[in-house]
Design a binder for this molecule. Structure first.
Ligand code: KIV
Length: 263
């Protein structure tokens, strides 16, 4: 069983990089676990992928909870992290703490991820105090799409300093790791050197302590992917081919096979 302590130790020099991929259902989670992925993230990217929304904003707490429970049921060893959807934290502290805690208690995840800002520093401290491990997330935070768009963050000096400061404050608040999304590689390298907790990069260059990608981008299931993603397979084409072959076999009568009356 992987614990947050195991992941935390992976920021040490010479440690193996932390591998993180998203999953939104039990089938995918069991495949990722068999492949040896360290952390399975039930990302709110489910909004853009499995749920068919055009951003992560409409994703509900119940959608993440149900998908997190499915993923957690399929995993024995990897660490399962649930992403807190837009407005499920931050409106009110008691409600935020309860929403995060219920994902451990009722869905069986190991930790939560919060898209981080000023409002999550105190919340992170409180959650960690109560035994709810927190993964922080700075740089591009897609729940702020209306304010930031999807552009690279931290390209101007003042903005970069704000990101460094936010990362430091979340480490001090007790986060066990931190996602750095779509920031300059030099900034990610600096944050990785300054923090003791592992940095998990996505569009943040090669110097982080680990990397995360959205599974649909990795498998070639997505119709559009961000510029920093890499496709490691073309599963969309494979599925389309298999579905076409199935339709053709049904239509030409070659499937199902005739019954074997001798049996
Ligand atoms: O929702 C998600 O999948 C994420 C990762 C891309 C870090 O937040």
């Amino acid at each position: 069983m992987t614990t947050v302590r195991d992941i935390r130790e992976r920021s040490e020099d010479g440690a193996k990089p932390v591998t993180v991929l998203t999953a939104y259902d039990a089938t995918m989670a069991s495949i990722l676990e068999a492949a040896g992925v360290d952390v399975v993230l039930v990302g709110d990217s489910a909004g853009n992928t499995a749920l068919g929304y055009d951003s992560t904003l409409p994703v509900t707490y119940e959608e993440i909870k149900s998908r997190s429970a499915a993923v957690a049921r399929a995993i024995d060893d990897a660490l399962v992290v649930a992403d807190m959807p837009f407005l499920s934290v931050g409106v009110d502290e008691a409600e935020s703490v309860r929403n995060c805690g219920r994902l451990l208690k009722e869905a069986g995840v190991d930790a939560v991820k919060l898209e981080s800002g000023e409002h999550t520093v105190g919340l992170t401290e409180r959650l960690v105090e109560l035994g709810v491990p927190v993964m922080a997330h700075v740089g591009l935070t897609p729940q702020r799409v209306k304010e930031l768009g999807y552009q690279k963050q931290g390209t101007a000096e003042a903005e970069a300093e704000d990101i460094v400061e936010l990362a430091r404050r979340h480490e001090a608040a007790g986060a066990f790791s931190i996602v750095l999304e779509h920031v300059p590689a030099s900034l990610a390298e600096r944050i990785t050197a300054e923090l003791d907790i592992p940095t998990i990069g996505i569009g943040a260059g090669p110097d982080c302590d680990g990397q995360v990608l959205v599974i649909d981008d990795v498998l070639g299931l997505s119709e559009r992917s961000p510029p920093f993603a890499r496709r490691f397979a073309s599963i969309r084409d494979e599925i389309e081919g298999a579905a076409e072959a199935y339709c053709a076999a049904v239509e030409d009568g070659s499937f199902p096979a005739p019954p074997d009356d001798a049996e």
